[in-house]
Design a protein around this ligand. Structure first.
Ligand SMILES: Cc1cc2nc3c(=O)[nH]c(=O)nc-3n(C[C@H](O)[C@H](O)[C@H](O)COP(=O)(O)OP(=O)(O)OC[C@H]3O[C@@H](n4cnc5c(N)ncnc54)[C@H](O)[C@@H]3O)c2cc1C
Length: 457
């Protein structure tokens, strides 16, 4: 809790840009994309430039507060208790510079993917964004970043070429392969533990032909859809990224009319190639006879909406795992926990299996701390919670999903872990030790708190 003089000092330094608990703006300032989250930071700062970011960092240290960088609050829950935290929200840092000829982008740390995707697409280019255009580029990139082109081009974090950040000393530094290389390595996977990023630069890819879309099957056909996808995905080249999901759409206007209030087994995919080859690779799924088939040759911008993620905040619980090969028995067990025969209806609103491998399993020279992701499939499950009885039902259902996955677990993916966790489990021991050493060198007093915390060595 802040003392009275600390409060005056904070408010004086950052003026309107700091929101204290008794400010009418406080509830909005502390709100997260997950509406179940109810965290109470000591204060929230909204700096407008790097100088104000440095002011916030210096002041927090004088006041004995720790500093949590934030952009969009999409993964705020993982921070846990915030009593002694100054949340520094960089959402006002909104500069965007796209250089199509150099295939590179520079953005302020508050920029979301929706600001760059359409501009890149107009030039036949794409960034390595994920399922939602509403996610912030900074947090997504610092944690890894697994999107539609990941099997071909790897994680977004390894497309990052430079970062600017405010350090614990309040200095604004530029970090790249030549300048502060150890810090550059650590930031690419180690998240918000080393400073507050103010700008980020990254390479984007030329897309060429892109065949993408979704097959929607009635939910009652989940069994044959998941088994078929799981059997044929081994034949897919790295150019094809596919996700098989069980999805329950809420009956709200934001959902396209055909899906509103309906439940489906869905296979979505993006193929970097022509329609004939894409259709041929996916033929066993199409032969099952989807009730809706949206596959077409599309511009890259379509990938932003392909997954139909909600753009507005949602109250939800989630769980995730990176797993090795899932045998048929595991698919059966997942269906028993969340499928049509589970008797749970829409309790698990989404169960999503993403095929991994390809470039996700190959470290490239100069990669960061999150060079690869272990496992063959990424599983993410969530349940929307609109009242107290649902809270318990969702919790139990997700625990059942977790129990099925446990024997196959190959690791954890930081961006998908949305509760406080021991981040050492996300990395191999050598990478974890190196991350802690970098933290010790750049933030020995442990000022910065990433949502998945790394303590100094
Ligand atoms: C609807 C939805 C869809 C998603 N889809 C995908 C997907 O397809 N692939 C994928 O990989 N992930 C996906 N994610 C996960 C997403 O990548 C993480 O939630 C990510 O942390 C979000 O970053 P943010 O900046 O938007 O969120 P924030 O909550 O603002 O930031 C998360 C963390 O990033 C760090 N951070 C943010 N800004 C800064 C900064 N300026 N300086 C230093 N550190 C900073 C901090 O540690 C912060 O706690 C999805 C999440 C949601 C909610």
């Amino acid at each position: 809790m802040l003392t009275t003089s600390s409060r005056i000092s904070l408010a004086d330094t950052l003026h309107e840009a700091v929101v204290l608990p008794d400010d009418p703006r406080y509830d909005e300032a502390r709100s997260s994309f997950n509406l179940l989250v109810d965290q109470r930071p000591a204060a929230v700062a909204f700096p407008s430039d790097a100088r104000e970011v440095a002011g916030a960092v210096a002041l927090a240290q004088r006041l004995g507060l720790r500093v949590a960088p934030q952009a969009t609050a999409h993964n705020q829950a993982a921070l846990g208790d915030m009593d002694d935290l100054l949340l520094v929200n960089v959402s006002r840092l909104q500069a965007v510079h796209v250089d199509p000829a150099a295939r590179s982008v520079r953005v302020g740390a508050g920029v979301k993917w929706d600001r760059v995707g359409p501009r890149l697409s107009a030039h036949g280019l794409a960034g390595l964004h994920g399922s939602s255009p509403d996610v912030g580029i900074a947090g997504y990139s610092l944690g890894g970043g697994m999107g539609w082109l990941a099997r071909k081009h790897g994680l977004q974090t390894n497309a990052v070429t430079a970062l600017e950040l405010v350090t614990a000393e309040g200095e604004l530094i530029r970090v790249d392969a030549e300048h502060e290389p150890e810090l550059f390595w650590a930031l690419r996977g180690g998240g918000g533990n080393f400073g507050i990023v103010t700008a980020i630069e990254f390479d984007v890819v030329e897309v060429g032909e892109l065949y993408a879309g979704a097959y929607f099957f009635g939910f009652e056909r989940s069994d044959e859809v998941l088994h078929t996808w799981n059997a044929i995905r081994h034949s897919f080249p790295d150019e094809l990224m596919s996700w098989a999901s069980l999805l329950h759409f809420p009956p709200i206007p934001d959902v396209p009319a055909f899906a509103r209030g309906r439940s489906y087994a869905v296979v979505m995919a993006a193929f970097l190639g022509d329609a004939a080859e894409g259709a041929s690779l996916l033929a066993p799924l199409r032969r099952l006879g989807p009730e809706r088939d949206t596959f077409a040759t599309v511009p890259p911008v379509v990938l932003g909406d392909l997954a139909m993620d909600p753009l507005d905040p949602v109250p939800f619980q989630s769980t995730s795992a990176l797993v090795d090969e899932l045998p048929s028995a595991a698919i059966e067990a997942l269906l028993a926990a969340a499928g049509p025969e589970s008797g749970r209806g829409p309790t698990v609103s989404m169960l999503q299996l993403r095929q991994m491998g390809g470039a996700l399993a190959r470290a490239t020279p100069g990669a960061g701390a999150r060079a690869t992701l272990p496992g063959d499939i990424s599983v993410f499950a969530l349940g929307a919670v609109f009242d107290e009885p649902m809270r318990e039902a969702v919790h139990t259902a997700l625990a059942d999903v977790d129990a099925v996955l446990q024997p196959y677990r190959a690791g954890y993916y930081a961006n998908f872990v949305e509760e406080p966790a021991d981040a050492s489990a996300f990395f191999d021991p050598a990478t974890w030790a190196r991350l802690r050493a970098v933290k010790g060198a750049y933030d020995p007093a442990n000022v910065f708190v990433g949502n998945h915390h790394i303590a100094p060595a």
